[in-house]
Design a protein around this ligand. Sequence first.
Ligand SMILES: Nc1ncnc2c1ncn2[C@@H]1O[C@H](COP(=O)(O)OP(=O)(O)OP(=O)(O)O)[C@@H](O)[C@H]1O
Ligand SMILES: [Mg+2]
Length: 259
Amino acid sequence: MVTDAAVRIEGLVKSYGDLEVLRGVDLAVSRGSITALLGANGAGKTTLVRILSTLGSADAGVASVAGADVDKEPGKVREAISLTGQFAAVDEILTGRENLVLVARLRHVDSPRAVAEQLLARFSLSDAADRRVGTYSGGMRRRLDIAMSLIGEPPVVFLDEPTTGLDPQARQEVWEAVRTLAAGGTTVLLTTQYLEEAEQLAHQIAILHEGRIIVDGTLAEVKALMPPATVEYIEKQPSLEEIFLAVTGSSMATPEELS
Ligand SMILES: Nc1ncnc2c1ncn2[C@@H]1O[C@H](COP(=O)(O)OP(=O)(O)OP(=O)(O)O)[C@@H](O)[C@H]1O
Ligand SMILES: [Mg+2]
């Protein structure tokens, strides 16, 4: 058991009517680590994150974040966290900079403009700072979304499926942003459907399946549970170009070259 846990969950139970979504979830997340909560569609990832961020309540069990009980001390929990939801919460009409300044003002931080400037630089958005967010790519939006969640420097950050729906390039950008976050000492709990994402980012991997955490450990520990890798030989169909090269010894001519 992790003693210095930023997030601690014990026996958490949650049902929607007859649907038992969480059936006794136990999990501890170490301070300053990145933990990936892996689960299929409908596994209950968002449900769990909502309970941890005081947006939903559990039927039974206890959970604490940054030492505060989510049920008994929701105000304290809210002060310690930020939540980036499954769908980006950025305002499309405002520019990247305006979005950040707006949130900084709402959270009453000192010198909102300076904070916005630092975050734009940290998430490689300085060049796009004065463009409307409506013109941003998916990866840029997500990065801005994460940057917004950091205003006020919450020690614990929840990211609900930060890269779902992004292309590989944008996914890499978000991963970089998450690594930057953790390098600064923030505890990150992210949910994902992608094993690869957990592999790339997480110090700790927890798999939520049928309402329980069925696997919990470091990447090496989780991998040790899997059957050893087998080598498969897959017959590759040669491309027309390769066949042409093989039979002629030169590359395929374009129609223009033939005429
Ligand atoms: N407010 C609600 N009322 C009724 N059922 C709900 C509610 N919220 C979630 N559910 C159901 O609970 C289950 C878990 O949903 P949840 O959104 O937590 O899953 P998830 O792991 O986040 O899935 P996804 O990967 O699709 O985001 C699903 O079957 C969902 O339909
Ligand atoms: Mg979800």
